[in-house]
Design a binder for this molecule. Structure first.
Ligand code: NAD
Ligand code: MN
Length: 495
């Protein structure tokens, strides 16, 4: 646990000089046309630094560097054990720089620095170690083709992988995509979200220090239409791994169709149901976990944003969830006591507030609902809960991506399944019950990539993460992540 105080973090924030240039072919470099944009700290409104505003010319440079590195074999033809060694070194360097990375993340997108430093960053170090270790433990197949033949079924790297990621967990999403791709021997071009490029650029520095050769890992800061789209349309990108909105995810499918049929892997939106039955044994614990909807300012795709409660306990559960929401009072992200920081930017703040305004006309506001000013910034929103929400209300259907919970009462198990599955999304679903049969019935019936029982939103390198329906395709985490970054090659030999 970090022992740094608000005073310490504030002093470090004043002293830090973040890198803002792109990282191409092993060196930090300005955008080809010299363009930059102002990167804001949402918790103060102040300009943190100027960041390279990359364009298609930089995409061409980075993809060419990635391709040259891949073809040279400098990384792709190293032994898996060698790649493991380098990536374990990268994990050590991330661990060494945890405080810097947590501070950069907090300043860049508003999350509480202590939560990042004490909890999220250490988990990320474990993640990198887990994947690094897997490098030399993946065995391929020999097909049972019979006497005189030998058919090898092997995974090989796809080549150049582009990763386009969002701002809510900037370093996590970058590492979730890039580390498995690197383990498999690919070269990578990473585009962080325009709001949150700083930890990706620090990661670039660490990859060089760890010994990842020039061109194998590149970072292009910039905007969706000027960097994301040219990556999606590029004829020499073999695979595009994306996390972000469903709307943008659909664009990447179109980009692939318009260009080279690159592999497209999507982790998109969600509106995850969390279903509490009256037979739940520990309602206090269920309520505390339901209140986790406010974690990370509610800016989580897999957050349990629809709380379905059996009617007989609806009032009781609502009261408990309101009580459990108290620690999420908005505060200065640099204060170690803060559990709810700033929303990522003023635009997103306005979007979330417009959903809250809509909710006031659709349902009963039971908690919060206000935008809050702290210091020089008004990018803060109170934890907000709507009760008696109808399943077809806008706030029960659309992804809000803020600290807003919709509580929906239900009568029977069949009702709960029907309401839960009536969504375009299918990322996560949660069930609280002490009835084992019901738990399994629900796990079978719910349309989601992950169903959790008596807990919410469980994410770990050990298990696949991803969605069905318009939440996306493919899986991050676990050995299944390698399905995205490898192609199967058959070699048939007769002897
Ligand atoms: P977004 O889709 O606008 O942006 C995500 C990334 O795509 C950014 O890097 C952005 O620059 C880029 N992008 C935007 N427009 C583009 C375009 N036309 N062409 C190419 N690239 C483009 O999403 P956001 O607003 O940054 O993030 C919030 C959304 O992300 C939420 O809706 C949430 O559901 C989703 N999200 C999903 C997951 C998940 O794992 N499923 C995780 C985090 C966020
Ligand atoms: Mn920022």
């Amino acid at each position: 646990m970090s022992t740094l105080t608000l005073h310490d973090w504030t002093a470090r924030a004043a002293a830090i000089i973040p890198e803002g240039r792109a990282f191409i072919a092993g060196a930090f470099t300005d955008a080809r046309d010299g363009g930059t944009y102002a990167n804001l700290n949402p918790a103060t409104g102040a300009v943190l630094n100027r960041v390279a505003d990359c364009t298609a010319a930089d995409v061409d440079r980075a993809v060419a560097a990635a391709r040259a590195a891949f073809d040279s074999g400098v990384w792709s033809r190293r032994t898996p054990t060698d790649r493991k060694r380098v990536l374990l070194r990268l994990a050590d360097l991330i661990e060494r720089d945890i405080e810097t990375l947590a501070l950069l993340e907090s300043l860049d997108m508003g999350k509480p620095v202590a939560v990042s430093c004490d909890y999220e960053m250490p988990m990320l170090v474990d993640f990198v170690r887990w994947f690094a270790e897997s490098a030399d433990k993946l065995y391929d197949e020999v097909a049972p083709t019979g006497p005189g033949t030998l058919a090898l079924v092997r995974r090989e790297a796809v080549g150049v992988v582009a990763a386009v990621v969002p701002w809510n967990f900037p370093l996590d999403m970058a590492i979730w995509k890039c580390v498995p791709a690197l383990v498999a021997g690919n070269s990578v071009v990473l585009k962080p979200a325009e709001q949150s490029p700083l930890t990706a650029l620090h990661l670039a520095r660490l990859t060089a220090e760890a010994g990842i050769p020039p061109g194998v890992f590149n970072v292009l800061p910039g905007f969706g239409p000027t960097v994301g789209q040219p990556l999606g349309l590029h004829m020499d990108v073999d695979c595009l791994a994306f996390t972000g909105s469903t709307e943008t995810g659909k664009r990447f499918l179109a980009y692939a169709a318009q260009s080279n049929m690159k592999l497209v892997w999507l982790e998109c939106g969600g509106k995850s149901p969390n279903i509490i039955f009256a037979d739940t044994s520990d309602l206090d614990r269920a309520a505390a976990l339901a209140a986790q909807v406010h974690y990370n300012q509610g800016e989580i795709c897999s957050s349990p944003t629809r709380l379905l409660v059996e009617e007989s306990i609806a009032d009781d559960v609502l009261a408990r969830v309101i009580a459990e929401s108290a620690p999420y009072r908005p505060g200065n992200p640099l204060d170690p006591a803060t559990r709810m920081g700033a929303m990522v930017d003023a635009n997103h703040c306005r979007t979330v507030m417009s959903y809250i305004d809509k909710g006031r006309t659709e349902a009963r506001l039971a908690l919060g609902g206000n935008r809050v000013t702290i210091g020089s910034s008004d990018n803060f929103i109170e934890p907000t809960i709507f009760a008696d929400v109808a399943p077809d209300a806008t706030i029960a259907r659309e992804e809000i991506f803020g600290p807003v919970l919709s509580v929906i009462p239900f009568r029977t198990e069949e009702d709960a399944v029907r309401i839960a599955n009536d969504s375009i999304y299918g990322l996560m679903a949660s069930v609280f019950t002490s009835n084992l049969g019901r738990a399994h019935r629900m796990a079978d019936a719910l349309k989601a990539g992950t169903v959790t029982v008596n807990t919410v939103d469980k994410i770990s390198p050990l298990v696949p993460f991803g969605g069905v329906r318009q939440s996306g395709n493919g899986r991050d985490n676990s050995l299944h992540a390698f399905d995205k970054y490898t192609q199967i090659k058959t070699t048939w030999i007769e002897y």
